[in-house]
Design a protein around this ligand. Structure first.
Ligand SMILES: [Zn+2]
Length: 489
């Protein structure tokens, strides 16, 4: 039979398969993939539909898996195409970050999201495993991290905040929370690997670390009169105890997570206590620093050396650019896209997750019809319109794109899914499909059909049928009567 290259929109797939110029008859799969980058070759596949059979070609089991997911979508959507699909990803890192510190969702929730990610051909799950609101990963070297901070008084983040940040123990009446054991995480790593998804763990430092100082006060800054700066947001970068803790924990983390990339946070350090601390002052003198912010660079570079000595690479939020970091470090752009542009100009590989488009804890529709959220409007259409290769950016350094779900206002698993779907479908298509092949109308139709599939599988999704005209328009602003918008990420 004659081979026809199927157009993505006609197939109804999310993400849409890459359209490919028809090859001359008889082009072998190996010849077809030869033009691709090696990492693309690993994921590429070709499906040929004959009258009574289907032929799947791939160079690797991973390519075969991506093809299976395309076939699964075709089946779910009742499509039976003719011809050939030749498909491969645009970007190497196609991710989702879940914040398990502010709200702890548990292992079943994570597995369920991994299943959805696999269907969407996403390949990175980034877990934000600690923050001031609680430490969520078992540590044998520093067991009080979980024993003293994995539970708190207040089910939601804001109840905890309103009650002045009271941590609790597992058996404290009224406490809520939890943490992942190493055994659970090893099992999850294997579960994800079986779906060609890598889990990148994040251990946050030096900011967002109130809980670490609560469990181990020796990492706190020290005032000249010998008192410790209890309740501080930042770790003390002047103190050797800080490095002992971070390195021991990271060593354990690297034993659990084989990911070549390890996230070390690095965002939003207030640096408030550093200028009052005797240990910070001594470190500044030894290093010849004139400004306290140079201590952030010291800590990030020192941790980078430790992680690199263990054969891994760090990722940090875009603040790590401001105080000097080796070129090997991957920069994750979150304060808009400018950090990504600057990082790529300095030779860093970049993951784009700007809050403007990729923060799915932001409103997806009108404030009056949605659960309380943060930020500006990131509607499905606006999220879909995102182009990760920002103007001025070196395409060779664009590692990928990622959605982030911060959970201060998202206590339950149902609520988390509501914020993720269908916007995660938009992100998946941006990550997989060339910009030139994206088209919103066709995507919306595919997304609408897949939302029904997700609902049938027990996911709680946003209701696309009641989406407001403003959200449908794709504008990123609220109407004039909108209430003031709280921003806390
Ligand atoms: Zn200090």
């Amino acid at each position: 039979m004659k081979l026809i290259i199927i157009l993505a929109a006609a197939l109804g797939l999310v993400p849409a398969p890459v359209k490919h110029t028809p090859e001359k008859d008889g082009t072998s799969f190996k010849e077809a993939v030869a033009q691709l980058e090696p990492w693309q070759q690993e994921e590429a596949y070709r499906i040929t539909f004959y009258e009574k059979r289907i032929k799947v070609e791939a160079l690797t089991p991973q390519g075969r898996f991506r093809a299976q997911k395309t076939l699964e979508q075709l089946e779910l959507l009742g499509e039976r195409p003719e011809g050939t699909i030749f498909d491969y990803p645009r970007l190497r890192h196609r991710g989702l970050m879940l914040d398990e510190s502010r709200s702890f969702h548990g292992i079943e929730f994570l597995k369920k999201q991994i299943d959805a990610m696999a269907l969407l051909k996403l390949n990175v799950l980034h877990l934000h495993l600690d923050d001031s609101a609680g430490w969520r990963l078992e540590s044998e070297s520093y067991p009080d991290l979980t024993a003293l901070t994995a539970w708190r008084m207040g089910y939601t983040y804001h109840e905890w905040e309103a009650g002045r940040y009271q941590f609790a123990k597992a058996d404290t009446p009224g406490a809520s929370g939890g943490y992942y054991t190493k055994a659970q995480m090893k099992e999850l790593v294997a579960y994800a690997a079986g779906r060609y998804i890598t889990i990148i763990p994040e251990i946050e430092m030096p900011g967002h670390s109130m809980e670490v100082g609560y469990a181990y006060p020796q990492v706190l800054c020290e005032l000249p009169d010998g008192r410790l700066h209890t309740g501080a947001w930042d770790l003390c970068p002047g103190n050797e105890a800080t490095y002992r803790l971070l390195e021991a924990v990271l060593k354990e983390v690297m034993e659990v997570f084989p990911s070549p990339l390890i996230h070390i946070g690095g965002d939003e350090a207030t640096m408030k206590t550093w200028s009052q601390c005797v240990n910070c002052a001594r470190r500044m003198q030894e290093e010849g620093y004139t400004e306290v912010k140079q201590l952030q660079g010291y800590l990030v570079r020192r941790i980078e050396r430790f992680v690199a000595a263990n054969g891994r690479r760090i990722i940090g939020w875009d603040e790590i650019l401001e105080t000097g970091v080796p070129q090997n470090a991957v920069v994750q752009s979150w304060r808009g896209s400018s950090g990504g542009v600057r990082a790529s100009a300095q030779g860093h590989d970049v993951i784009m997750s700007p809050n403007t488009h990729c923060y799915f804890n932001y409103y997806q529709d009108l404030i009056r019809k949605e659960p309380k959220a943060v930020g500006e409007l990131v509607s499905l259409r606006f999220a879909y319109g995102y182009e990760p290769l920002a103007s001025g950016m070196d395409a060779n350094h664009l590692l990928g794109v990622q959605a982030n779900l911060w959970t201060e206002l998202i206590p339950t698993s149902e609520h988390a899914e509501y914020m993720l779907y269908p916007r995660l479908l938009a992100l998946a298509e941006t990550a997989w499909t060339p910009a030139s092949a994206k088209e919103y109308k066709g995507f919306r139709k595919r997304a609408r059909a897949l939302v029904d599939v997700l609902r049938a599988r027990g996911y709680n999704t946003f209701d696309m049928d009641t989406e407001s005209d403003l959200a449908r328009s794709g504008l990123q602003r609220f109407p004039p009567e909108g209430v003031p918008i709280p921003i806390d990420d």
